[in-house]
Design a protein around this ligand. Structure first.
Ligand SMILES: [Fe+2]
Ligand SMILES: [Fe+2]
Length: 159
């Protein structure tokens, strides 16, 4: 759940960064709407972490700043690439949540409910991005993103 929480910290920062450099007003609005849903995810995962007696990642300020920078840079590439980055991010998050659902004990209904709802929201975020004109990122970029998220997941598990 700490990893999910880190993911949501990053999601917010990415969306905020992309909204800053976004060139289209309507698009900025949908980025801000998605960013709001990510704040809900953040709240759910944070509450569940407390209930489980666990703590947040100590590196959250770092994750936030890093993701904000990445979001701003993604936005600089122009709206269709920025949306492509967003769609790919959401798909990778969806894949991560799928794994997490497999690993979660079936009796942990509270955690499962949170992860299941987030999964649905992330799918809808990816679909919205595609609908708004997201471009498919080149394969090396998708691989690089997977590497970065694997590194973050591994780090957040411990720190
Ligand atoms: Fe989320
Ligand atoms: Fe999302």
């Amino acid at each position: 759940m700490r990893i999910n929480h880190v993911g949501e910290v990053c999601a917010q920062a990415l969306y905020q960064g992309q909204a800053i450099t976004c060139r289209d007003a309507a698009l900025r609005q949908s980025l801000e709407k998605a960013a709001f849903e990510e704040t809900e995810h953040l709240a759910w995962t944070e509450r569940r972490l407390v209930e489980l007696g666990d703590r947040k990642s100590l590196l959250n300020p770092l994750w936030y700043l890093g993701s904000l920078t990445i979001g701003i840079v993604a936005g600089k590439f122009g709206d269709t690439w920025s949306l492509g980055f967003l769609a790919e991010t959401e798909r990778q998050v969806e894949a991560h949540l799928d794994h997490h659902l497999n690993d979660l004990p079936s009796h942990d209904e509270k955690s499962r409910a949170i992860v299941e709802q987030m999964r649905l929201d992330e799918i809808s975020h990816a679909n919205t991005a595609v609908h708004l004109g997201a471009r498919q990122l080149p394969t090396p970029a998708r691989h690089a993103m997977r590497l970065v998220s694997r590194f973050m997941t591994a780090t957040a598990y411990y720190v």
